[in-house]
Structures are given as structure tokens and as C-alpha cells.
Design a binder for this molecule. Sequence first.
Ligand code: AVJ
Length: 341
Amino acid sequence: MQRSTLRIDPRFRTPAPRAFDLDADVVDRRLTDPAAERRALVTGLLATPATIAPKYFYDAIGCALFCKICNLPEYYPTRTEARIFDREREAIVAAIGTGKQLIDLGAGDCAKAAVWLPWLQPSTYVAVDIAADALEQALPKLALAYPEIDIRGVLVDFTRGLDLDLDVADGPTTFFYPGSSIGNFTPADALEFLNGITRHCAADGGLLIGVDTKKDPARLRAAYDDAAGVTAAFNRNVLVHVNRLLGTRFRPDGFKHVALYNEALSRVEMHLEAIDAQTVTIDGIGRIFRAGERIHTESSYKYAPAEFVAMLQRAGFANVRVWQDDARDFAVCYATTHSAG
Ligand code: AVJ
């Protein structure tokens, strides 16, 4: 920051910035039903094939590993989306308009949204995420940097259903859902989730969303099975997290990282494959994992841009614009609800 040369535009000379108050400005809606949460995790592990929902990747270590993934040479989505955002900034801002309320779904460390704040100048910025650490570190800094914006955080697992009635004020609302996180939903669930967003948008609102596109399966596979083994560590770490949550004794190095592209379903799948037979006690039940048996940990669906636009329209959005990089590796969409007029 060039402190000595900083001149403050008088329009932004607001009253002394109110200190960000973690207790008052971040609401925790995570622990609505911890028993049900636990039961769902146990049920997934006892099922055949066994599954663990991808949200369990994101403990503190998992968040740090995901951050590393985003900088890997093989993992193109994050940097490609950032390039599209940079290149199309002004067109996107013109499409969205300024002064609206901005809801950031899966905000994490809020770094992606922070770039947009001076451009979109939202009245309110609501960061929504299941992970508290990153959010609670980022929000006080943003509040200092942008005293004119009402900055709040909501801790919630929005993959269980988007209910932000208490957090979204009336008036035009922009939802921000970058990074192709929508790919973790099945297409049917994605449609329902997007439909839920339209209900929160109000008139003159919209959704700015990033989605990964279908491409050469070899490149897709490499993006989820990098040479440095970071994604493998990210995948295995889910077992460390589960051990902590359930008191189980999974041996993470007893499982091999598997990433494949399921062409029929247009999705990358990540699995953890038992290297040898092992028995794990889960909620008092001895679950046997045979050698070669897999735990399905993530699906990441890929869409042709036209397919995704059709889905946005089916979800109730009126108008959709699409921006892509030259290689068409990724797509950014801005979908609007009907205007108030
Ligand atoms: C955060 C869901 C978009 O599917 O690409 C990255 C997560 N998993 N490498 C993705 C992920 C393995 C990522 N999303």
C-alpha cells in the first residue's frame, strides 16, 4: 500500500470505521442437527460402495491443500477463471450493475470476491461458507478496507439446501459462485440448487458463476491426479478428518488415490482405494474394506457451455451471458432474474 500518496476521495470519507465484530457479524448456522450430520456420514461409510461427501475435504489442512491445488500446473480451472474475470471485468460489471447486495457462496478466504468489491461496490457483502477459519480471518480485514460496505459472514452447509432468508435482505441481489463448485452437485441437484438461488435473487438480481467444461479426458484426469501428489494428499486427508469426527481409525496410507473421468456421466470421480483388506470400526460396526474396494469421495461434473446455459434457464433465470478463455477450458456465466420494470 502506498500510504504516503494515498488521497481519499471525499465521497468515501465515511465516519470512523466500525470495528468488525466476529460474534455479531458472523452467524453460525452449521450446528442445526449434528446428530443427523453424523448419521449421514456413517451411513455413507457403511454403504456399498462407500461414500464420503466432498464437504469433508475442507478441514484446516484440507483448505490449505486445496489452496495448493489451485496453484498446480495441472489444475487449470482456478487460473483460467481468474483470467476470464480479469479480461472481462468491465463487461461483467456492466452486466451486473453496482450497488447491489453481494452473496458469496463458498467464500473461503474471500480472495476471489475481494477483487470484485471496488468494482461492484456492493451495499452489503455476505460471505457464506462451511469453514469458519478462513472466513473469520478474512472478514475483519475486508471490513477495514471497505468501511462503506456492510460486511457479514454466514457459516452454513448450503449444499444441504440454500436457505438464506435470514441473511439476504430485500432488494437486488447478486450471487457469486465461482470455481466450478457447482460441479460437485449431480445435474439434478444442481438444477434444484440454482432454482433456490433464483428465489433469493429478487428483481434485478443475478448469479455470476464459473463452470468447468468438457475436454480431453487426459487433461481432466491430470488436473485431479497431479505429479506432485497434492490432490492425492487432499483426498487422503478426508480420512484424517473423518477419524477426528467419528473417532474411527482409517489408515490414510492404506488407501490409494484414484482419479478417473467417467465419460458416460461427464464427471471426474475421485476415490480412495483400499490397498489391502482392512476392517474399520464405524459407529460400533466392523466395516470390511476388501483390497481394491473404493470409497467414492468426489464427483466433479463437467458441462458444455450450452448445456449449462440450458440448465440455468430451466432453473428460472431469464437471460444468460457466457464468457470463455480462448482455449474454452472454462466458462463464466452471468444469469439474471427478470427485471422489476
Ligand atoms: C472445489 C469442487 C471445484 O471439483 O475441481 C479439486 C475440488 N477436488 N481437486 C473441483 C477439487 C480435487 C474442486 N471444486
